[in-house]
Ligand binder design. Structure first.
Ligand code: SF4
Ligand code: SF4
Length: 155
């Protein structure tokens, strides 16, 4: 072993260098996001879970029960039962279920939706789905319209 190495080991030079690097980085700004204490700002076109919406003017549900979204879904996670609208004019979804556990957030269900000027089904910005029970992911029409009761685990 050379004298230089011996001196470095005796005075713990490598350890001091390591401590210096740790100290320097300790005061640098964080580059990671501390989720769930911090949440990212989402892009306008971010695709979260699919949801249903009402007509902003009349507050009526927009879905006309055409079943196109159910047919196009590649994961077969949409189930709709169609009925006549009260009053007999047109159809509506009597039951509308999306199994979020199977959904891959592809957004294909939105494309064929025929309602205008806004689609009845849309990709929301809701993305926090963790839960303890698989049953919680089977989302009924009411929760699809009013919002899935998302559980926030942040303190
Ligand atoms: S986002 Fe894709 S996988 Fe999810 S319900 Fe729509 S079509 Fe199906
Ligand atoms: S495509 Fe639109 S209108 Fe047709 S069933 Fe799906 S959500 Fe309803």
């Amino acid at each position: 072993m050379s004298v230089g190495t011996l001196v470095r080991r005796f005075f713990l030079v490598e350890m001091a260098q390591g401590m210096w690097i740790t100290l320097k980085n300790h005061f640098r700004p964080h580059i990671t996001m501390e989720y769930p204490r911090e949440r990212p700002a989402l892009a306008p076109r971010f695709r979260g879970v699919p949801r249903l919406r009402r007509d902003p003017g009349t507050a009526e549900e927009l879905c006309v029960g055409c079943l196109l979204c159910e047919q196009i879904c590649p994961d077969d996670c949409i189930s709709i039962v169609v009925d006549k609208r009260p009053g007999g004019k047109g159809k509506m979804a009597k039951s509308f279920i999306i199994d979020y556990e199977r959904c891959c957030f592809c957004g294909l269900c939105v494309d064929p939706c025929p309602t205008t000027p806004i689609t009845a089904i849309y990709m929301s910005h809701d993305y926090e789905l963790s839960d303890y029970s698989r049953q919680e992911f089977i989302t009924q029409r009411e929760a699809l319209v009013d919002g899935h009761p998302l559980k926030r685990y942040a303190k």
